[in-house]
Write a protein that binds this ligand. Structure first.
Ligand code: SF4
Ligand code: SF4
Length: 142
């Protein structure tokens, strides 16, 4: 199984169409929307994780591009510096995808990078600057 996070930018005329649903219907791909901002008459933005057969993944991406959707891959990744983290839990309150969550009863703050939508809210919130961004190499991006 192949899994990848994609960033989609929809032009205004495509923003209201259920194009992402077609990925499942046409190409048997599963999608998990990590972040979405779509407003009427304006460009839409979506970050989603797509899972499925690699050949179908490529077909699905080509389908989106054919619909004038701009498809890109995140070039940066969020990281958590365990040495700086004080387990205060502040980041878990703002994380929209539960990528940052508290493990109970240990009360340990865990980071699941697969769920991260790169919204950067944790970076703004963390009092010890334990959360940060780093750039991937071109090989890591693809
Ligand atoms: S960037 Fe931080 S707050 Fe946003 S989804 Fe990722 S871990 Fe959560
Ligand atoms: S806000 Fe920062 S210090 Fe607090 S739990 Fe999250 S990463 Fe750790």
């Amino acid at each position: 199984m192949y899994s990848k996070i994609l960033i989609l930018n929809f032009p205004p005329r495509e923003a209201q169409k259920p194009l992402v649903c077609q990925l499942t219907k046409k190409y048997d791909l599963l999608f998990n929307i990590l972040l979405a901002k779509i407003s009427n008459q304006k460009e839409g933005y979506m970050v989603l994780e797509i899972t499925g057969e690699k050949a179908n993944f490529k077909k699905g991406v080509n389908f989106l591009k054919d619909q004038d959707v701009r498809v890109s891959y995140p070039e940066q990744e969020i990281w958590k510096d365990e040495e700086k983290c004080t387990q205060c839990g502040s980041c878990t309150a703002v994380c929209p995808t539960e990528a940052l969550h508290i493990k109970r009863p240990e009360m340990e703050v865990l980071f699941d990078k697969e769920k991260c939508s790169l919204c950067e809210l944790c970076i703004l919130t963390c009092p010890t600057r334990a959360m940060g961004l780093f750039s991937k190499t071109p090989e890591e991006v693809m």
